[in-house]
Write a protein of this length. Structure first.
Lengths: 192, 104, 405
């Protein structure tokens, strides 16, 4: 029962209970709050696994961006009867059976995975290595002062650069920004 | 962390994925469906980062893919919300059961 | 920190002990800072408005915050009838936790940090951005139309201002080459011309843009339409009373101190006095040196918080459309331009010219500040002989002067 195991048990419980809360709540605002706790739990999981930059990016992009967007959408549309929409019981049963089959299948498959020996140290390559990968630099071994790893650790990696996906994602974000702003522009509301 | 192994993380990711799929399948509120999609994407991300930690060949790639997925999920949530707001403005409801105009 | 405890405790417990001590110290810091900041706000606002402020409770009214705290704790815990009770109770804790966790990566001295992260600056920005949820949920859960307006307006403002704020944080990070706040602080050792503020003109302007964007994202005046006292009663925390309202206040002052700490660390040299050519904790020992470091750092935080208070009581409030326009049409392009400028400066300007500009900026600013302070003492305070009015009113015939004669 070392500290990482206890921390993982705690975080996994919080994340799983919050995800269950998202599924089981009927009020859409409560669902958003449970989703907030799930996303924070996932971010803490990333920090536990040693991926610090990804954990902070999850907080800033998902929690501080996407979830705020969702909450705005909820505030704008959750008026009156739309706040609690009840699903018929039959659909809930079908959904539940589907979920149970899916989770058992995935867990069974995951226990058959054979991996090479995992590295002993807990720290993954840091911001500098990620930055160099996104800039398309493949052949260098950054010094320990940049990577944040202990001195002399070789970062085992496939020599692939990620400049093209980075640029595509940047242009994609620009296109999505313009598209979403156009789609959601203020128009006349239908008189219901 | 090494004694914890990979499987608990994959099990948690599977549970999150299943929760997301049940959300997508059973919620009537369109924003609820969108929350299910976010859960699915987060489950995939947990999977990627867990493999990054436990497989020495993926230490960098796992994180790179996770960052790309986070960014793309944010973009997709923005567009989905714009569509939902458009639907709300046209039909005064976000109930997906009422989005049946294209029904054959 | 954990190494200190590992002498006394076995393996996982030294981490737990270090964590508990750090959390308690940070909680105490936020609490005491808020205690004095509330008093300081009332005194500063009073003096700016030509009145006295709290004077009765304790010397100079210093125990006023204590009296307020006792009053707030003893109030009845009401919630509106139609409110969502769970969310109503949760929202203040969310806001406070976000403000508190922002301090985890902030170093008060060399090595005097709760958690030394390689991505400390990014982590602080990320955690402080979660505070918006406390506000939005408070606005929604109050079952009050005006609170909802205040909460949603405030969320839009905070989230919008985070973008130029993050860009202005990237600028000194580009100069420093690392996101680690400990290293950024250590790079500014020595005389004050080593501070990142004076490194190049773009960083100089970036400090002021960062400070304004940080004020806006802390929802302080002149950007405080979330709690616009004359319009929305109290915005998103209208329905909160007693101890729950004071959690929001703790969160607000906590985040003010957090962004002031970040600004002073990134731009103003952090824990360095700027007048000692060495690092105190290396010359005078870890604890004594860091005592000086922490005192200097807290002093700089208080200076910036004092400027925020000064701005609040001097400038009129902005409208929501003015707020959004300022962010999206002015600060965002300006901060993008500054970022490009800093990158070009680091790449193209030769070292000699950069040094000259750095000394010019540093000594120029120091000279300007000294002249300003000296000029405050040069002229005697306004006074006039009996029957006349001082200053600009000298010689003007007014009912007052006519009657005295």
């Amino acid at each position: 029962m070392s500290l990482p195991v206890v921390l993982f048990a705690l975080l996994a419980t919080v994340t799983a209970v919050s995800a269950l809360g998202v599924v089981l709540s009927r009020n859409v605002v409560r669902m958003a709050v449970w989703l907030l706790f799930t996303l924070i739990g996932v971010s803490l999981l990333y920090l536990l696994l040693g991926a610090e930059f990804v954990g902070a990016a999850q907080l800033i992009v998902y929690v501080g961006g996407t979830l705020v967007l969702l909450v705005f959408g909820v505030m704008l549309t959750a008026q009156g009867p739309l706040r609690e929409l009840r699903t018929p019981a039959a659909q809930l049963v079908v959904g539940g059976i589907l979920g149970a089959i899916l989770v058992s299948l995935l867990i069974v498959v995951s226990y058959h995975i054979v991996l090479p020996n995992p590295p002993e140290q807990d720290k993954l390559p840091g911001v500098a290595s990620l930055g160099l990968a996104f800039l398309g630099v493949t052949e260098t071994n950054p010094p320990a002062a940049l990577t944040g790893l202990p001195e002399g650790t070789r970062v085992a990696r496939t020599p692939v650069a990620y400049l093209l996906p980075f640029e595509i994602v940047s242009v994609h974000l620009l296109v999505v920004l313009i598209g979403a702003a156009y789609l959601a522009r203020a128009k006349r509301r239908v008189q219901s | 962390m090494t004694e914890l192994g990979l499987q608990p993380f994959l099990a948690l990711s599977a549970f999150l994925f299943a929760c997301g799929v049940v959300c997508i399948a059973s919620k009537r509120n369109a924003i609820g469906v969108l929350m299910g999609v976010e859960l699915v994407l987060n489950a995939a991300n947990v999977n990627l980062v867990a493999f990054a930690r436990y497989n020495p060949a993926f230490q960098l790639e796992g994180q790179v893919f996770t960052l790309l997925v986070i960014v793309l999920a944010a973009a997709e949530a923005a567009v989905a919300l714009a569509i939902i707001l458009n639907f709300y403005n046209n039909h005064a409801t976000v109930d997906v059961d009422q989005a049946d105009e294209l029904k054959g | 920190m954990p190494e200190f405890w590992s002498v006394y405790l076995p393996e996982p417990w030294n981490l737990v002990a270090a964590g508990v001590v750090a959390a308690a110290a940070l909680f105490g810091y936020i609490g005491i800072s808020t205690f004095f900041a509330i008093w300081a706000e009332r005194k500063v606002s009073a003096r700016i408005q030509d009145r006295l402020g709290p004077t009765r409770v304790g010397p100079f009214g210093l125990l006023q915050s204590l009296a307020d705290g006792i009053k707030l704790i003893s109030k009845e815990d009401v919630a509106p009838a139609g409110a969502d009770r769970f969310l109503f109770k949760l929202a203040p804790y969310l806001a406070f936790c976000a403000a508190f966790c922002g301090f985890l990566a902030l170093p008060f001295g060399k090595g005097l940090v709760a958690l030394e992260l390689n991505i400390a600056a990014f982590f602080m920005l990320a955690v402080l951005s979660s505070e918006v949820f406390g506000v939005v949920l408070a606005g929604y859960a109050s079952a009050n139309k005006w609170s909802l307006f205040g909460g949603v307006r405030e969320a839009a403002q905070v989230v919008s201002y985070e973008v130029p704020r993050a860009m202005c944080v990237v600028i000194p990070v580009c100069v420093a080459g690392t996101l680690n706040l400990n290293l950024i602080g250590q790079q500014q050792t020595g005389w004050f011309w080593n501070w990142n503020l004076f490194h190049d003109p773009f960083t100089f302007v970036a400090f002021f843009i960062f400070f304004i964007c940080a004020t806006a994202s802390c929802k302080r005046a002149p950007f405080d339409l979330a709690e616009a006292e004359s319009e929305l009663v109290a915005g998103f925390h209208t329905e909160y009373s007693g101890i729950r309202w004071s959690y929001f206040f703790l969160a607000e002052y906590g985040s003010m101190f957090a962004v002031s700490g970040l600004a002073s660390l990134l731009f103003l040299g952090g824990w360095h006095t700027g007048l000692l050519p060495f690092e105190p904790s290396e010359v005078w020992g870890f604890w004594w040196g860091n005592l000086l470091n922490a005192a200097v750092f807290i002093g700089k935080c208080w200076l910036l918080v004092g400027v925020m208070m000064w701005m609040r009581w001097s400038l009129p409030r902005l409208r929501i459309d003015q707020v959004m326009m300022t962010c999206l049409q002015y600060f965002l392009p300006i901060s993008c331009g500054l970022l490009v400028g800093v990158c070009l400066w680091l790449l193209l300007v030769p070292a000699g010219a950069a040094e000259v500009v750095r000394y010019a900026l540093a000594l120029g600013t120091a000279g300007f500040l000294l002249t300003l302070i000296v000029s405050l003492f040069r002229y005697p305070p306004m006074s006039a002989p009996r029957g006349q009015l001082p200053g600009a009113w000298d010689g003007v015939r007014t009912p007052l002067t006519i009657q005295i004669k």
